[in-house]
Design a protein around this ligand. Structure first.
Ligand code: UDP
Length: 505
């Protein structure tokens, strides 16, 4: 499929840098990649975002907004060759990939290389040749793509440097060697502060996934050979870890976040449909929030992947009800639960009418978090959600499930001092057997009361969250660190008149 229109300024002669973003099609990866592409476009670069068909409509409103604003952004839709990897029709939507076919899905992604290269060469607009590939770290094959296009390649993360450095150090220093129990805590080496993790909590990229052993090595090798790293964090939040990770990797790390703040300049409709169509009317949701006292509402969501079993859903609901605070609770896959949960949710809604709102499906998260009525966020600590809480100046209740979430939770609680830990120590794996109840209703109630507490500790936590949010806003404003890094990226990866990329990292 040809790349769709670049929008307003694309034809301008002032464009010298052209970034091709290759996200992986998980919402937590795709959403920040799209925002980063748009941010680079605001600084005068052309950005092309590669997307597979199931995801086009989800990012369309954001791209349409970019076009209306005259930002040079293109969508390049490429289908996956599902049949070649024995995947069922529709499995370019990750929710439809059968769990035993994950390796096939990643192989199908790697097959994108040839058509993508062909497409980029075919529509190589002589005025704006590709000058840099920005590939999600899950696409090690982008190494060969960038090499054949003869352009530099940056590795894209939506992760904090704290997490990246901790994972890097435990792997580099073999901290888990000889540790038989995956839940035994080890001290992360090479940090000035004491941080403890277990292999179960922080296994490293693809290191805990059977069948992905070789792939994990390829990911690491592609990272070693990258020309730099772009990540959705900001320097002032974690300066020692950004410097530490750049030093450990011996490469430049461009922190460009919080990228969600891009949506401060979009419309309500655009921000409400960021990443997917919201399951609730944005205006209705805003009206509900307008009615509430400032900082009085608890927002509860566990991102796009984490799942809970029926008993856990009910415990959480009862805990929220018992907390006495107003809440918005995003219940994912509500229809997939049994009749018991469906009835429970219905009855709960009746009991908490006016005080509690349930969103069954996709929530307009960034829009909600930036409303003045919201006072805290019960989160699974996916990095985007954590960064969005930081950007909104909200304290969090940390309830990590898997992947980088335990380290993000540690950053929030132990380093930034903006979190109340709900007490989960062992991961609940993505789509694996779910344990009965991980967190009981009393624990939910206590954590919510604690994060919303008006006492000294709660006030101090809220103050730290507000200070951090002010730093986040400064970082993305003109003169700020993230703003400067975006400008630097555009400058470094531009093409000179002879058609060569001026500089690499
Ligand atoms: N998100 C949203 N509405 C939802 C669920 C998720 O807008 O109902 C967005 C959220 O704002 C974040 C992303 O999806 O930008 C989820 O990324 P995160 O890293 O927090 O978690 P993941 O889904 O990767 O576990």
């Amino acid at each position: 499929a040809p790349a769709s229109d670049a929008g307003g300024r694309s034809g301008g002669d002032d464009i010298k840098a052209h970034f091709v973003f290759i996200p992986i099609m998980f919402q937590g990866h795709l959403i920040p990649a799209v925002d980063t592409a748009l941010l680079l476009a605001t600084h005068g670069a052309l950005a092309t975002v590669v997307v597979t068909p199931s995801y086009t409509s989800r990012i369309r409103p954001t791209i349409d907004f970019a076009h209306t604003s005259g930002l040079p952004v293109r969508l390049l839709e490429l289908p996956l060759d599902l049949a070649a990897e024995g995947l069922p029709a529709g499995a370019d939507d990750v929710d439809k990939v059968p769990p035993d076919l994950w390796t096939n899905y990643f192989r199908a992604l790697a097959r994108l290389r040839t058509p993508l290269e062909r497409q980029l060469l075919a529509d190589a607009d002589v005025a704006h040749p590709v000058t840099c590939v920005v590939a999600d770290f899950c696409h090690p094959w982008a190494k060969e793509l960038a090499a054949s296009l003869r352009v530099p390649r940056l590795c894209f993360f939506s992760m904090c440097a704290f997490c990246l450095l901790c994972q890097h150090n435990v792997e580099r220093f073999g901290s888990y060697d000889g540790v038989a129990d995956a839940n035994e805590l080890v001290v992360v080496p090479g940090l000035e502060r004491r941080v403890e993790v277990s292999r179960a909590q922080a296994p490293g990229f693809f290191r805990d996934m059977p069948g992905f052993e070789k792939f994990g090595d390829e990911v690491e090798q592609a990272l070693v050979e990258a020309d730099g790293i772009v990540t959705n964090s900001f320097l002032e939040m974690e300066p020692e870890f950004v410097a530490g990770y750049a030093g450990a990797r011996r490469m430049k790390v461009w922190t460009v976040g919080p990228v969600s703040l891009f949506h401060h300049r979009t419309t309500t409709t655009t921000s409400a449909s960021r990443g997917n169509t919201a399951a609730i009317d944005a205006d209705e949701c805003l009206m509900w929030l307008d009615d509430k006292e400032p900082s009085s509402v608890v927002y509860v969501s566990f991102g796009s992947l984490a799942q809970a079993n029926s008993k856990q859903v009910i415990e959480l609901g009862l805990g929220l009800e018992a907390s006495g605070h107003p809440f918005i609770w995003v219940v994912k896959n509500a229809h997939q639960h049994g009749q018991d949960v469906i009835e429970f949710l219905h009855e709960l809604e009746g009991r908490v009418a006016g005080r509690g709102m349930l969103i069954r499906g996709w929530a307009p998260q960034v829009m909600i978090l930036s409303h003045v009525a919201v006072g805290s966020f019960v989160t699974h600590c996916g990095w985007n959600s954590t960064m969005e809480a930081v950007a909104a100046g909200l304290p969090v209740v940390t309830w990590p499930h898997f992947a980088d979430q335990f380290l993000n939770a540690k950053l929030a609680v132990e380093v930034l001092g903006i979190g109340v830990d709900v007490g989960v120590t062992e991961p609940v794996m993505y789509r694996m057997d779910l344990k009965e109840i991980v967190v009981g209703r009393e624990v939910v109630e206590k954590a919510v009361r604690s994060v919303m507490d008006g006492g000294e500790e709660g006030e101090e936590r809220r103050r730290r969250a507000r200070v951090l949010a002010a730093k986040a806003r400064d970082a993305v404003e003109e003169g700020g660190s993230s703003y400067g890094n975006l400008l630097d990226l555009v400058k470094r990866f531009e093409v000179d008149t002879a058609g060569c990329v001026v500089a690499t990292a």
